[in-house]
Design a binder for this molecule. Structure first.
Ligand code: SAM
Ligand code: SF4
Ligand code: SF4
Length: 338
């Protein structure tokens, strides 16, 4: 196995694969209902990578240094037979860790099968414990109680669970302390995510971001914290432990304190396009390559060339320039998978 490095000497270690562009939520910050309405043209099934194609790609990426795979979407649990894919990926030598990011609505149904298939970890997105505010944020599509049941089932199935909360000014900042208290008690790591300017449809403004330091102040007012070292290089969340020794939180501060220098993540959209940054404006169509008669060596060479040319550091640049918004056509979060 080789380790391919980009222009900033960052290895390729993590692969995020979106298995569907569809979702049963319409989170305002990701897939606003006004844009992703009944007439929205989602991908037809022939345009989406099959399990066989995903498996082949993961083997190829492992040959280039990837050790961790994260399955995302859209809502990945809407993809039929997802546990079958997990099982196939689990069999691949060199894959050390398989994780899933989900809105949790279907977790109750699938947690057991996913764990049996070899999934190790699940990140469940939950933006509020208040039913009304949660409904407002997800486009009136889902209930807190369903997500909490999903979390319970995931724990019972033996999956390691983390909770992700996107914090948006004027929407759910009042929920920060309550979420911290609730998940401290449940002994789950809660990670606060600064609202990001991904895609073009969420109308992002810098003013809508609740910065990391404000998030921390609110949590500290509830229970004091101290910073702790990352578990590994490239960890996206900065970690803080409660002074009383009862648990930890994380903050993913891609807006106010970015972390591009250690970014080892490649992303593949549901239709098989490779992106080397979450904020990429274009990617490389791997599906065509997979469906041509190119053998693995050719595809490995192509991906290796792409990674070696990589210079992406969008969030760092945004911080340096304090540019409020890049107006050209970025890829939507639901498309690239977060
Ligand atoms: N549907 C799944 C879910 O919500 O967990 C997986 C895909 S979703 C795109 C992945 C993660 O991205 C979620 O935790 C979501 O909250 C986060 N996300 C989406 N849009 C975002 C934005 N504009 N800023 C910050 N995080 C965002
Ligand atoms: Fe769906 Fe996840 Fe985007 Fe919400 S954040 S709309 S659940 S893909
Ligand atoms: Fe990685 Fe791009 Fe995010 Fe920087 S902005 S951490 S390069 S995905």
């Amino acid at each position: 196995m080789m380790t391919v490095r980009d222009k900033l000497n960052r290895p390729l270690r993590d692969l995020r694969i979106s298995v569907t562009d569809r979702c049963n939520f319409r989170c305002q910050y990701c897939m606003p209902a006004e844009i992703f309405g009944p007439d929205y043209a989602f991908l037809s099934s022939d345009k989406i990578l099959s399990f066989g194609e995903i498996e082949r790609l993961v083997k190829i990426f492992v040959a280039l240094g990837v050790k961790k795979v994260r399955i995302t979407g859209g809502e990945p649990l809407l993809r039929r037979d997802l546990p079958v894919l997990i099982e196939r990926l689990y069999q691949i030598q060199g894959v050390e860790d398989i994780a899933l990011t989900t809105n949790g609505t279907l977790l109750k149904k699938y947690a057991q099968a996913l764990a049996q298939a070899g999934l190790s970890r699940v990140s469940v997105s939950l933006d509020s414990l208040d039913e009304q505010r949660f409904a407002e944020m997800n486009g009136q599509r889902g209930k807190v109680v369903t997500v909490l049941e999903g979390i319970e089932k995931a724990v019972e199935a033996g999956l390691a669970v983390k909770i992700n909360m996107v914090v948006q000014k004027g929407k759910n900042e009042q929920d920060i302390a309550e979420m911290a208290r609730f998940f401290k008690e449940k002994q789950h790591i809660l990670r606060f995510i600064e609202y990001m300017d991904v895609g073009n449809s969420n109308g992002w403004r810098l003013d809508d971001v609740v910065p990391k330091r404000e998030i921390l102040t609110q949590v500290q007012n509830f229970s004091p914290l101290h910073p702790v070292k990352p578990n590994y290089t490239g960890e996206v969340a900065t970690r803080y432990q409660y002074e009383d020794g009862q648990g930890e939180i994380g903050v993913i501060s891609s807006v106010t304190d970015s972390f591009c220098s250690t970014c080892s993540r490649a992303r593949i959209s549901a239709e098989g396009t490779l992106y080397t940054c979450l904020f990429a404006t274009n990617g490389v169509n791997l599906r065509e390559l997979l469906r041509s008669n190119a053998d693995d060596a050719v595809i490995i060479e192509r991906i290796s060339e792409i990674w070696e040319q990589r210079v992406d550091r969008y969030s760092d640049e945004r911080n340096e320039q304090t540019v409020q918004k890049r107006r050209n056509a970025k890829i939507e979060m639901s498309h690239i998978g977060g």
